[in-house]
Design a protein around this ligand. Structure first.
Ligand SMILES: *[C@@H]1O[C@H](CO)[C@@H](O)[C@H](O)[C@H]1NC(C)=O
Ligand SMILES: *[C@@H]1O[C@H](CO)[C@@H](O)[C@H](O)[C@H]1NC(C)=O
Ligand SMILES: [Zn+2]
Length: 507
C-alpha cells in the first residue's frame, strides 16, 4: 500500500490490474483495484508460467468484454441517458432545469438535473448532490438517479393523502437537489472503471496527505468539472453511487500512515448518523455481516488517496458519503427495478435529512440587518462551514439528541455563540452580529462608497499606516461633502425608525 503515492508504481498497478481484470470476482467500488490485487487474484494468478498467463488473460479479457456488453443490454447508453435527461426536463420543467458542468475526455457533456420549486434560483436553502457512475463499470447509479428524478416529479403536488406527497414536497420545496447521473460516460462506453485516459476518477482529487495529484495539468476534465462545480454551488451534503459492495462509506477514506484502521474525521459522529440514515432506510444494508449497521469508515475498510469524498469535506464544505449499492457491480438490467425499490427510501431520506435534522439559520449585521456570510463552528468539532454569500444562510448537519454550542464568526464583527439542545427535529438559530467598533468605523458614513479594506490596514505599519489614515480622512471628508444630503437624510431616518433587523432572530 505504500505504493499509492508513487505515480509510476501506481500506473504499473493499473496496467497489471487491467491485464487481470477478467479475474476480478471480489470487487470493491471505491478501491477495487488494490483490494483485488491484495486478496484473491495476486497469489493465484502469479503461479502459472508467463506464456500461459498471457494466453489466459487475452482470452479472458475478450470474454470479460463480451460478458459486459451483454450485461449492458437493458441499460441506457450514453445517448439514451442524454435523451432521458432532456425528456425529464421537458416533462417536469416547472421543477427542474438541466445544465452541463463540462465534458468528458471524449467530449460527452456531463449533464446535471437540478430539482427544486425554484430551479436555478438562489434561495436560503441547502443544496444536495448525487453523482452516479464515477466508475465506468458501475452503472447502477445512473439508472437509479433517473428513477429518483422521475419519482420526485411524479409525486410532487400530486396526492396529498399519500405519504410520498409529503416527502416529495419537502425535498422539492426546501432543497435544491442536483443530480449528475454519469460522471464517467467514456468509462461506461468502454465498460471499464477509469475514464478514457484510464484514470480512476476517485483517485484524481487533491489529497490531504500525499501530493500525487497536485499537478493541475495532469488532472482529468471530469475531475476538474467537479472541482469547479463546487466553487459555483455550495453543497451542504452529497453522495456518490458505486457498486461492488453493500455499505455506506464515510470519511476519512485515507489514513495518514497508509494503514488500514479507523481514521475519524472531525464530524465522525455526524457522518455515522448520515450513513445510518441511508443504511437503515435500505432494504437490507443495515443487516450486513461484513459491516456492522451497514456503514463503514473508509480507512477502516481500506484506505484510498485522492478520493472525491474526503476532498468534498475538506475543500467543498460538503458532507459526502460513498454509497456501495450492490455486491455485483454490473447486475443484469432486470434487477434494476428491485435495486430501485431497495434504495428508494434511502435516497429520499438522505436528501430530506438536510432539512429534517441539523441546525439552520441566517446571520445578520446589527447594522441595518444586512446578511453576513459568516463562519459557523461547533465547540469541540474542528470544522467550520460558511454561510451562503447571498442570503447568509447556513445548514449545519449534526447528530440529533445532543447539546451543541454554535459559534458565528465574521471578520470585522464580534463573534457570538449560543448553546442548543438539538432534538429529533431541525432547529433554527439566527445570529445578529455587532460590528467591531473602531474610530474609523464610526466615521464611515453608510451611503458613501469610499470604503477601505481593514485587513490591508492591519498589514501596514508605522509610517505607511499614518499616510493611509491621513488619506482615508481626506477621502472621507471629500466624500462627506459630496454626499452630505444623503448622509443627513440617512441619519434622520435612522433616528426615526430605530433601524432594527428585519427578521426575528434567536441570538
Ligand atoms: C440483501 O438482499 C439481496 C436481495 O434480496 C440479497 O441478494 C443479499 O444477499 C442481501 N444482503 C444482505 C446483507 O442481507
Ligand atoms: C484543526 O484542523 C486543522 C486542519 O483543518 C489542523 O491543522 C489543526 O491542527 C486542527 N486543530 C486541532 C486542535 O485539532
Ligand atoms: Zn466505484
Amino acid at each position: 500500500m505504500e505504493n499509492v503515492r508513487k505515480p509510476i508504481i501506481n500506473s504499473y498497478l493499473v496496467l497489471l490490474s487491467l491485464c487481470f481484470c477478467a479475474s476480478f470476482h471480489h470487487t470493491a467500488a471505491k478501491g477495487g483495484l488494490f483490494t483485488s490485487l491484495r486478496s484473491d487474484s495476486l497469489d493465484d494468478r502469479y503461479a502459472g508460467s508467463g506464456r500461459h498467463l498471457f494466453q489466459e488473460k487475452q482470452l479472458s479479457k475478450e470474454e470479460h468484454f463480451r460478458r459486459l456488453n451483454k450485461l449492458a443490454e437493458g441499460y441506457m447508453s450514453n445517448a439514451d441517458l442524454e435523451k432521458a435527461i432532456k425528456a425529464f426536463n421537458r416533462r417536469c420543467n416547472s421543477i427542474s432545469r438541466i445544465y452541463s458542468i463540462g465534458e468528458s475526455v471524449l467530449g460527452v457533456p456531463l449533464w446535471v438535473i437540478e430539482i427544486s420549486d425554484k430551479p436555478g434560483k438562489d434561495e436560503p436553502e441547502p443544496s444536495f448532490k448525487y453523482i452516479g457512475n464515477v466508475h465506468g463499470d458501475e452503472p447502477v447509479g445512473r439508472e437509479l438517479l433517473l428513477l429518483l428524478a422521475n419519482w420526485l416529479c411524479d409525486n410532487y403536488m400530486k396526492d396529498p393523502l399519500a405519504s410520498s406527497f409529503f416527502l416529495a414536497n419537502l425535498i422539492v420545496d426546501n432543497i435544491h437537489l442536483h443530480i449528475l447521473p454519469s460522471l464517467n460516460p467514456d468509462g461506461y462506453q468502454s465498460r471499464k472503471r477509469g475514464n478514457a485516459n484510464d484514470v480512476d476518477l476517485n483517485r484524481d482529487f487533491p489529497d490531504q496527505f500525499f501530493h500525487m495529484n497536485d499537478d493541475l495539468s495532469m488532472r482529468q476534465p471530469e475531475t476538474k468539472a467537479i472541482m469547479s462545480w463546487l466553487t459555483k454551488i455550495h453543497f451542504t451534503a452529497s453522495a456518490t453511487l458505486h457498486g461492488g459492495a453493500l455499505v455506506a462509506n464515510y470519511p476519512w477514506d485515507g489514513s495518514e500512515d497508509e494503514k488500514k484502521h479507523y481514521y475519524a474525521c472531525p464530524d465522525d459522529k455526524t457522518f455515522r448518523y448520515m450513513a445510518s440514515v441511508y443504511s437503515n432506510s435500505h432494504h437490507n444494508m443495515s443487516r450486513s455481516k461484513e459491516f456492522p449497521g451497514g456503514i463503514t469508515n473508509g480507512a477502516q475498510w481500506y484506505p484510498i488517496y485522492g478520493g472525491m469524498q474526503d476532498w468534498n469535506y475538506i475543500h467543498g464544505g460538503c458532507f459526502e458519503l460513498t454509497l456501495e449499492l450492490s455486491d455485483d457491480k454490473w447486475p443484469h438490467a432486470s434487477e434494476i427495478p428491485d435495486l430501485w425499490e431497495y434504495n428508494k427510501m434511502s435516497m429520499l431520506n438522505l436528501v430530506a435529512s438536510l432539512v429534517k435534522t441539523g441546525i439552520h439559520g441566517r446571520i445578520f449585521s446589527s447594522n441595518q440587518g444586512r446578511p453576513l456570510p459568516a463562519s459557523i463552528a461547533i465547540n469541540g468539532i474542528n470544522y467550520t462551514i460558511k454561510a451562503g454569500d447571498a442570503f447568509a444562510d447556513y445548514h449545519r448537519l449534526l447528530t440529533p439528541g445532543d447539546k451543541y454550542e454554535v459559534i458565528a464568526t465574521m471578520p470585522g464583527y464580534k463573534s457570538k455563540s449560543t448553546s442548543i439542545v438539538l432534538g429529533e427535529e431541525a432547529s433554527t438559530v439566527d445570529f445578529i452580529l455587532d460590528p467591531v467598533v473602531t474610530a474609523s468605523d464610526d466615521l464611515l458614513p453608510r451611503g458613501c462608497d469610499c470604503s477601505y479594506d481593514s485587513k490591508k490596514l492591519k498589514l501596514l505599519t508605522g509610517e505607511q499606516s499614518k499616510f493611509l489614515l491621513i488619506f482615508v480622512f481626506i477621502s472621507l471628508f471629500l466624500c462627506f461633502l459630496m454626499k452630505r444630503r444623503a448622509i443627513l437624510s440617512f441619519v434622520r431616518q435612522k433616528q426615526g425608525a430605530g433601524a432594527g433587523p428585519k427578521r426575528p432572530v434567536g441570538v
